[in-house]
Design a protein around this ligand. Structure first.
Ligand code: SF4
Length: 399
């Protein structure tokens, strides 16, 4: 890994003593983000967005890299970036795709930071994972910092219940939270296998600490496991006992971390009612990161991959209102012109951090790699990676 410029390495989990932090949502654009957690200027010259040769430069840089690079594009990425992706998918599929390409020296991850970390954990040491803009974080992942989660666990231990709790963390979490989960015998989950993960965890303990998305945890516990809302409590890391009294924590089956996705958390029950008035016969299809009342009002719930498959299989002439990231909804609408596809909310709702990866950053990253300069490499230290991988492996072993 020597010679890598602008390399970001996670500290050893056991050595972390970080202050509580929140990643502010970032203003779109190619500039530096001095106020952001990972905000670093891109070293070197970032091409101007207005450069008429930008697409050509991307094509040339991609051709120069050839098989040395494998470009991954998350479904929520912009079209201008997706067109250069060798594969598209959700975060876990992309990490597995990268691991299945051991000959690719560079994995250029067009997604957000936690995804690049997972790719680094699952790929070989010889492969280098590149995030074209280090400011592409995830507000949900940053809602659960390592020190906050450790503090929560210590409180549960003081109450004498930590031994009964199995942590389950959503894929959308930092490597150190995945490592915490692995160290305490838990598992990672995705939006596709959250039900299996919760069932497995409740076979190995009597309680679950679900990180960091309260909505996915609640929707899965109530709608798929048949638990009641009263079986769930929310842990607010900013309040003593997470905002609960000790007895509530002892009684609870699911302790939901108070985190949410800034994109899916915006949808409301009123959006569902409004679109039903606006589009007669519409089918409402939402992601399980949406609030519980939105999911209750929808016709179908689905992970990103399931949303795509559902729309592709839908009959011509059917109408769909989709509650997920807008880049994906727009792409589904243009790829399925025989169906009516509308966004669930009337206001624009892109993921601002996903949108940090734009064509100038991709061109800059690929040209730098082609010139022999490794930029924006994401590495996870070996101990954190090993503990996080234990939780990822447990997910792969879920029944
Ligand atoms: S869509 Fe939500 S969960 Fe996904 S990267 Fe953006 S903020 Fe994070």
């Amino acid at each position: 890994m020597s010679g890598a410029a602008n390399q970001l390495t996670m500290p050893r989990t056991t050595e972390r003593h970080e202050p509580a932090r929140q990643l502010p949502l970032l203003v779109l654009g190619p500039g530096a983000d001095p106020n952001s957690e990972r905000g670093v200027s891109c070293p070197g010259e970032l091409p101007a967005l207005s450069d008429p040769a930008l697409v050509r430069r991307a094509e040339v840089a991609r051709a120069r890299l050839g098989d040395r690079a494998f470009v991954l594009g998350h479904h929520y990425q912009r079209d201008e970036v997706i067109r250069f992706a060798d594969v598209t998918g959700d975060s876990f599929k992309l990490a597995k795709d990268a691991a299945a390409k051991p000959d690719a020296e560079f994995v250029v991850f067009c997604g957000v930071h936690f995804m690049a970390e997972s790719a680094d954990i699952l790929t070989s040491d010889a492969q280098r994972v590149i995030l074209p803009d280090l400011a592409a974080g995830c507000s949900m992942a940053d809602m659960a910092s390592y020190s906050q989660v450790e503090e929560c666990w210590e409180t549960l231990a003081d109450l004498g219940i930590a031994g009964t709790v199995v942590p389950v963390t959503y894929m959308n979490s930092s490597a150190d939270i995945k490592a915490f989960t692995g160290r305490h015998g838990g598992t990672v989950c995705t939006s596709s296998n959250a039900r299996q993960a919760l069932n497995w965890a409740l076979e190995h303990g009597s309680k679950v600490l679900f990180l960091p998305d309260q909505h996915l945890g609640r929707n899965t516990a109530v709608l798929e496991l048949g638990l009641s809302l009263d079986d769930c409590v929310v842990w607010n890391p900013r309040r003593p006992y997470g905002g609960n009294d000790p007895e509530q924590l002892r009684r609870a089956t699911i302790i939901l971390w108070k985190g949410h996705c800034s994109v899916h958390g915006r949808f409301s029950a009123e959006n569902v009612a409004e679109v039903r008035r606006r589009v007669p016969g519409v089918n409402v299809l939402v992601h399980p990161e949406c609030p519980h009342e939105v999911v209750l009002g929808a016709d179908q719930i689905g992970s990103t991959e399931k949303i795509i498959a559902t729309i592709e299989r839908a009959p011509a002439g059917s109408a769909w209102a989709i509650g997920t990231e807008l880049n994906l909804v727009q792409r589904l609408a243009s790829n399925n012109p025989d169906k009516t596809i509308v966004f669930l909310d009337k206001t624009v709702c892109f993921c601002s951090t996903m949108n940090r990866i734009d064509l100038p950053h991709l061109v800059w990253a690929m040209e730098s790699l082609a010139d022999g300069k490794v930029v924006n490499q994401i590495t996870v230290d070996p101990q954190t990676a090993a503990e996080a991988k234990a939780a990822l492996d447990q997910m792969l072993a879920l029944p």
